[in-house]
Design a protein. Structure first.
Length: 487
């Protein structure tokens, strides 16, 4: 039997030896040295910055007012002069051209179409012959009605002769009165039959006249819907041709209900509200007209009310169902102060402009903005006529900065002029913004801020600086256009 083992148990593992004191001291010393170096760098940087900064309340050597160096080069800007002018206030909307009358020409009787007497797209007069239906069957009906009428007239004549004879015999007391009364009644029956026959004749002639299809209104014809030789019926849905009255013609457009009071005020005063129809891109005026009527209720779905304007359309520039931009003149502001829209800036305190003083130093002026028309804005408060305002180069301007005006390509905005479109110079050149033509070599340019003599407009500089928060024409439906500046 084996004996139990008497070997002693294994001794427990000793814990890892701690770092020597020398190593720990080296690490602590390295950390301390690093912190001292960082602190020294921060202190040195602050000392350098503090030495270069001027003392509080003491301007830097050579610095002008507001911290600007008067010896620095003035900032180049384009300017314009505020003007006093009469301004037309317009309401704009999108309208649909509607014919004054739209008529589908249909046959009123059934028959074969023999002839077509019109050309598609032709303008016809009311009563002009358009088509002819085979009249032979209707001529037969007229002949039958006339024959019956002639027969009844002969019977009536015979009955009248017998009545006269019976009256003579009655006077001689040869016959009874009853026989005379019976004959008189027969005469009246024949007279009624003749009246009926005459009506039948007239009805047959009327049906015969319907075989000649004429234009019910004056207007322009559309495309022919049926060809010669086909049977036409009064119940045909498409008819033969469509006629639209385009001279004169109407435009239906909608305005927000908030604009309705000022429109009704002018109409109740008996004033004629002028309306302009512009092309879709607003670059071309198509026609001039006037407001005819206002709808009798507001559309609760859209909050708008419909108006109808009439146009003579003598040159046929307006076409049925065409979409046009409508500008309606509501009223005119007399002697309003106007500036280019590019001069209006936006900030935390509201709208403002940079005004250039006599010493060519700009100052910020808070303004109250009135109606806007793209490149022109009415200033209700803050700018007086003759003040010079910056319209280009405002992105880096500050209060009290000195500026110099530079010559820029400018354009004159005529009264009520349609909006310009962007043009291009081909692949090699950059297109002129706003459709303005670049000046040719050697051609003079209009000085910024100086309107040409006799021009009823405001000079708007070309190519406003990107990033400048100038006022734009988008948004409100109320727009204005300058007219007749006061000298």
């Amino acid at each position: 039997m084996p004996e139990p083992s008497t070997a002693p148990p294994a001794a427990p593992r000793a814990p890892a030896a701690a770092l020597p004191p020398r190593t720990r001291r080296r690490r602590v010393l390295a950390v301390v040295i690093a912190l001292v170096i960082v602190a020294a760098l921060v202190a040195g940087a602050y000392a350098i910055w503090h030495a270069r900064a001027p003392a509080a309340g003491t301007p830097a050597p050579g610095a002008g007012r507001r911290g600007f160096d008067p010896n620095a080069k003035p900032a180049p800007v384009a300017v314009a002069t505020a003007m006093s002018s009469d301004f037309n206030i317009y309401l704009t909307a999108l309208g649909t051209v509607t014919p004054r009358a739209t008529v589908t020409v249909r046959s009123r009787v059934d028959g074969q179409l023999l002839r077509v007497q019109f050309t598609e797209g032709e303008t016809v007069k009311a009563g002009q012959l358009l088509a002819q239906i085979d009249p032979r069957s209707f001529e037969v009906l007229v002949a039958q009605a006339n024959g019956q009428l002639a027969k009844d007239r002969a019977l009536l004549a015979n009955a009248n002769v017998d009545l006269d004879r019976y009256k003579t015999l009655l006077a001689q007391d040869s016959i009874a009165r009853q026989q005379v009364d019976t004959q008189a009644s027969l005469v009246r029956q024949y007279e009624a039959s003749i009246a009926t026959d005459q009506g039948q004749v007239d009805a047959a002639k009327l049906q015969l006249s319907y075989t000649r299809i004429t234009a019910p209104v004056t207007g322009r014809l559309g495309l022919r819907q049926v060809d010669v030789g086909n049977m036409v019926h009064a119940s045909d849905a498409n008819g033969i041709v469509l006629i639209t009255t385009v001279q004169p013609i109407d435009v239906v457009f909608s305005l927000p209900e908030t604009n309705l009071p000022q429109v009704l005020q002018q109409l109740r005063a008996g004033k004629v509200l002028a309306v302009e129809a512009l092309a879709r891109d607003q670059t071309q005026k198509l026609a001039d007209g006037k407001v005819l009527s206002v709808d009798n209720q507001i559309d609760t779905t859209t909050g708008t009310v419909k108006l109808k304007a009439g146009f003579a359309n003598d040159d046929s520039s307006l076409f049925p169902n065409q979409f046009v931009n409508v500008r309606m003149l509501v009223r005119t502001l007399q002697g309003a102060v106007v500036v280019p829209s590019a001069a209006i800036q936006r900030g935390t305190q509201g709208a403002f402009v940079y005004a250039v003083g006599a010493d060519s130093v700009v100052s910020v002026r808070l303004v109250t903005v009135g109606p806007v028309n793209g490149e022109t804005t009415v200033i209700a408060k803050g700018v007086a006529p003759g003040d010079v305002v910056v319209v280009d180069g405002t992105d880096r301007l500050r209060e009290g900065q000195k500026v110099e005006t530079v010559s820029r390509d400018t354009t004159v905005v005529p009264t009520g002029a349609p909006r310009a479109v962007k043009g291009g110079n081909g692949k090699g050149g950059k297109g002129n913004e706003g459709g303005r033509a670049a000046p040719s070599a050697g051609s003079p340019t209009t000085a910024p801020g100086t309107p040409p003599a006799g021009a009823s407009s405001v000079v708007a500089p070309m190519n406003p600086t990107p990033g400048a928060s100038s006022a734009t024409a988008g948004g409100p439906a109320t727009t204005v256009a300058p007219v007749t500046p006061q000298r």
